[in-house]
Design a protein around this ligand. Structure first.
Ligand code: UDP
Length: 253
């Protein structure tokens, strides 16, 4: 977010560089249950972002001193593949990925019913395969579906979306160029059922009025993202039509 104000990101027709309206999300595709060996998983494409999330656990927390006697701990790892960005990223954790792992993990501590699993760990892995701005929102959104797919009890799904300011205008879901040359970015994660904000960060500057506008827009974006999450889970668990019962077995297979 360089805030380079003279890069034209909104055309004279009011459209953005990728043709979207100011309040429009990038296209989102989501599929739950894509990994055979994880307890739960989700693959998400959001604009140019490609993200996979997997959940393991609840399992016994190790080392033992990390265990909490009355609840589970959430361990989250957000990782960007070296080939996910324009300039090859050095493999392994860096300051940014450690921060994102922490804030995403904290977001889920607010919605998972942790007291159901004392001394356990719930592990969340977020792998960014291709990045195009908004990967923390994409990762949080995919991880929430993966947790639901794993059957982890939660108060609510968490949907995330960012709003920001480009060329002085508040808009939804910044793509890479907008993130690079825009003025501000406000990613938000919402527990969809309760409306609780479980993640909020800000990069750049917004006036009070712009903040209110961006906040409202991001919340509306989260509601749309949540619809897609619900659809992905319904597609996964929609009961398949049963094969016709063989004659004579009374329909019990
Ligand atoms: N990015 C990059 N190299 C990095 C980190 C980020 O090229 O080491 C790009 C990537 O496309 C990312 C974008 O910059 O999605 C914006 O990064 P930011 O830290 O704002 O997080 P995000 O918007 O992905 O949540």
């Amino acid at each position: 977010m360089s805030g380079v104000g003279n890069v034209k990101l909104i055309g004279d027709d009011g459209k953005r560089i990728d043709g979207r309206a100011l309040n429009e999300l990038r296209p989102i595709k989501m599929e739950a249950g894509v990994l055979k060996r994880a307890e739960g998983s989700c693959y998400l494409e959001w604009g140019g972002n490609k993200v996979i999330a997997a959940v393991y656990g609840p399992r016994e927390a190790q080392p033992r001193h990390s265990q909490k006697v009355d609840r589970a701990i959430v361990q989250c790892r957000y990782n960007m593949a070296p080939f996910s960005v324009d300039e090859r990223k050095r493999p392994g954790p860096d300051r940014r990925s450690i921060e994102l792992s922490k804030v995403i993990g904290h977001a889920f501590e607010n919605v998972i019913l942790l007291d159901k699993y004392p001394k356990s760990s719930i592990d969340i892995f977020i792998e960014v395969l291709q990045a195009d701005a908004g990967t923390r929102c994409a990762g949080l959104t995919a991880a929430s579906v993966a947790l639901a797919d794993a059957g982890i009890p939660m108060r609510s799904l968490v949907a995330a979306c960012a709003a920001g300011r480009i060329n002085g205008k508040v808009c939804l879901d910044l793509c890479k160029e907008e993130d690079n040359y825009g003025d501000a970015d406000l990613p938000i994660g919402v527990a969809a059922r309760t409306g609780e904000i479980v993640l909020m960060q800000m990069d750049g500057d917004l006036s009070g009025e712009e903040f209110d506008e961006a906040f409202k827009l991001a919340i509306e974006g989260c509601a749309k993202v949540n619809e897609i999450q619900r659809q992905a889970l319904m597609n996964r668990y929609r009961s398949e039509p049963q094969p016709m019962a063989a004659e004579g077995n009374g329909g019990v297979c």
